[in-house]
Ligand binder design. Structure first.
Ligand code: PLP
Length: 529
């Protein structure tokens, strides 16, 4: 201490010790201190040293496949790079520790960042105003539908409550419309995956007296640019409705097109998809919405901490005026570091990657939908139904087998049952896409061997996937393929192996039966008595 602080500082180990002991009890008066047992679950009582805690957390982390292991090709999820430089400001106390209701004169820097982000998103979307309040895409949908309803009420059309939704829509669209107590009419898609415009027009005209809005995703969840999107927007407007364009697929639009220019009235942006906020594992997201000027007065505000320029009576869609504001610096950094040309290049690269992958996969698997010039947008749907018909191998078998090859599964059975939807994003290199395609090609060869009867339908590398270390080392191995084939099916896995820790689980059973891993209810009862 003398060396660091100079003489006469008065700090001794004894003095510090006394401070630490006294510090533990400061702040909370004796009668307010809790004396009964808290956090009795073993997880909260098993790791008392930092070493143990660190190892416990690392053990959990080791079970998790993340972008540090390889591509997560989940279609519609846009699992792009969350760059370190983008993430660093999130750790700064100026952003991380600000109270959401701190007085305005104490948050000027924060406000500047929010304003700049809003301006960036206005430019990117072609809308007039952006609300940074909704915490997710789904929450943005709700906020957008609320703005539509309030606008319609303001012009004496509050009775409008019919919401048209094409059958290709994400499940959150009808869920949000249902939360608004709207009448949902599902419109058809043609065999190329596009909205059936004739059916849409017929429904819009049929319901024109009560039409509130259309919810449509562009490019569609089928992974193609909807050629008739401008006409579709016009049909809705002509029949008195508003257009909600689901912006989850903005990764195929940023810098090359804008929802506001196409003719839509409101969209959400999934900042945790297109704009680099990490997601998966339930982390916080952000789903701001952009609106045309006529909807702007009806955006969500906040009673306690009103959003500037908005009527506080508009109500809130989140607990705080700017949602999960502390993660917004990630998107600010993403936009600012890439700049206009970088954002456009990202979109172009995402589309190029998806089309490269589609062409490679198409040599071995049927591709469900393609748009003009046989191209897809930023993702593609591989149709497993014909393969299942021939061989009995399912989309789930392929998803699980990909784990043995060191990949996260693609999106399964969305938006079409029996398919896999794959999105490489701009972040994956050609080498990684090739590694993925190689795995899919090898899996295709395995499917042929099942189909030929070389391996029984219920005992083959696909039906038994994923393979764990326990499987590999078990004394009994009654399978018609080698252990090597199971866990090290190619060179890439021999060089770098990710081990799934569990065999396949029964998803449907799990969905229908609540299974608690806590100590038994009885043990709580015993402790209580
Ligand atoms: C992800 C997604 C949503 C919902 O967004 P969340 O942030 O998960 O609530 C809505 N529509 C589409 C097309 C999506 O991909």
């Amino acid at each position: 201490f003398d060396v660091i602080l100079g003489e006469g500082h008065g700090l001794t180990l004894d003095a510090l010790d006394a401070e630490i002991v006294a510090g533990a009890a400061t702040g909370i008066s004796a009668e307010m201190r809790r004396e009964d047992a808290i956090l009795t679950h073993p997880t909260f009582n098993s790791y008392h040293s930092e070493t143990d805690m660190l190892r416990y957390m690392k053990k959990l982390e080791n079970k998790d496949y993340s972008l540090v292991h390889g591509m997560i090709p989940l279609g519609s999820c846009t699992m792009k790079l969350n760059a370190t430089a983008e993430m660093i400001p999130v750790t700064w106390p100026e952003f991380a520790n600000m109270h959401p209701f701190a007085p305005a004169d104490q948050v000027k820097g924060y406000q500047q960042m929010l304003n700049e982000l809003e301006e960036q998103l206005v430019e990117i979307t072609g809308y007039d105003k952006v609300s940074l309040q909704p915490n997710s895409g789904a929450s943005g949908e709700y906020a957008g539908l609320l703005a539509i309803r309030k606008y319609q009420e303001s012009v004496g059309e509050g009775h409008r409550n019919v919401c048209l939704i094409p059958s290709s829509a994400h499940g959150t669209n009808p869920a949000s419309a249902a939360m608004m107590d709207m009448k949902i009419i599902v419109t058809k898609c043609d065999d190329k995956g596009n909205v059936d415009v004739a059916d849409l027009r017929a429904q819009a005209e049929l319901h024109k007296d009560n039409l509130s809005c259309l919810m449509i995703t562009y490019p569609s969840t089928h992974g193609v640019y909807e050629e008739d999107i401008v006409e579709i927007c016009e049909i809705i407007h002509k029949n008195g409705g508003q257009v909600y364009m689901d912006g989850a697929n903005m990764n195929a639009q940023v810098g090359i097109s804008k929802p506001g220019v196409i003719g839509s009235d409101v969209s959400h942006l999934n900042l945790h998809k297109t704009f680099a906020i990490p997601h998966g594992g339930g982390g916080p997201g952000m789903g701001p919405i952009g609106v045309k000027s006529h909807l702007a007065p009806f955006l969500a505000s906040h009673k306690v901490s009103p959003v500037e320029g908005l009527n506080p009576e508009n109500g809130a869609v989140a607990a705080t005026p700017y949602g999960s504001a502390s993660i917004l610096p990630i998107t600010w950094m993403y936009n600012v570091m890439l700049g206009k040309s970088g954002l456009k290049a990202s979109t172009e690269m995402a589309i190029l990657n998806a089309n490269y992958m589609t062409e490679k996969l198409a040599e071995h698997y049927p591709i469900l939908y393609r748009g003009r010039n046989n191209k897809v947008a930023h993702e593609c749907i591989v149709d497993i139904r014909p393969i299942k018909e021939e061989s009995g191998v399912t989309e789930e078998d392929i998803a699980k087998r990909l784990m043995d090859y060191g990949f996260h599964a693609p999106t399964m059975s969305f938006p079409v049952a029996g398919t896999l939807m794959i999105e490489p994003t701009e972040s994956e290199s050609k080498a990684e896409i090739d590694r993925f395609v190689d795995a899919m090609v090898q899996i295709r060869e395995e499917i042929v061997r099942v189909q030929n009867g070389e391996w029984p339908a219920d005992n083959n590398p696909l039906s038994n996937a994923p393979h764990t270390q326990t499987d590999m080392m078990s004394a009994a191995w009654e399978r018609p393929y080698s252990r090597e084939k199971a866990a090290f099916p190619n060179e890439a896995t021999r060089l770098n192996k990710f081990w799934p820790t569990n065999n396949r689980i029964d998803n449907v059973y799990g969905d229908r039966n609540f299974i608690c891993s806590c100590p038994s209810i009885e043990s709580y009862q015993d402790a209580e008595s």
